[in-house]
Design a protein around this ligand. Sequence first.
Ligand code: NA7
Length: 295
Amino acid sequence: MSTIAYLGLGIMGRGMAANLLKAGHGVTVWNRTAERCAPLVALGARQAATPAHAVADAEVVLYCLSDDHAVEDLVWGEGRLIDAVRPGQIVLDMTTVHPNTSRKESAAFAEKGVDFLDAPVFGSKNEAANGGLWIVVGGKREVYETVLPLLEPLSETTHYMGENGRGASMKLVGNLVVAFQLEAIGEAMVLATKAGLDPRDVLGVLHVTDFKSPIFDGVGGALVRRDFDVNFALKLMLKDANLIASFAQDLNVPLPGGAAIRENIKVGVNRGWGEENASAFIKVIEEGAGVQVKA
Ligand code: NA7
């Protein structure tokens, strides 16, 4: 069993830290808002007052924060993680960040004799809680193989994508597909509703066709129930859409569809739905059509 530090106990981090504890690892947790550590302490975690205290005895350090700015704060800013790590430790960043941020982290940790993996995850609240995430990893293959036993209780599958930055790149590629699926089910359900189709009948057909998708089932079902409770916040989806746009810009890849979806997400956040589930931007499509999808 390993000695682990888990930093950042948001929706994703708290599920992953709990699964590491359940797998029998010794876990020390830290979160910027200290009260959020309580449920993990109840499961047997040790709570640290600072990131430096959390990583002092750790063999492996994992963190999952909201965005690139939070990672900058933890590593080089207030958290000063870069001063706290020791040679021989392994650090995994599970946040969705720009691949350039992953490469910057990797270079900085390498100077300290620390191996780094970018290891963002697909899945949201339920998959994090149930150990059903899909993890995409960039970094040295031998380091990936060393940490695989730790990733198993967190994930349904893990995927080695190549050098540092490639895990982060895969995550943005996947999130582009997710964005299209949300836009697709939103536009389809709004059109169907305005055409007088019963939304449940529409979902019944989509569920069995050769273009079915678990996202269509999940988001479509929540849409007819008007359930926008947060699994993955719309404000974070906007963050990801901005990352995808910047990543594509760096590579001079046109993403006309992605750009259109980003505009809808932006409007949704400006309408005050940023703290709701990512699917809440479908309300922007509804407003455009003057209908509401409900059973
Ligand atoms: P949440 O539930 O919004 O959690 C975000 C976490 O990041 C939470 O622990 C925050 O601490 C922490 N955070 C945010 N800003 C900072 C700074 N500046 N310094 C330190 N810690 C910070 O997000 P999710 O768990 O849903 O998502 C996490 C990632 O996975 C994200 O990249 C998604 O796109 C995918 P707090 O509790 O607010 O003090």
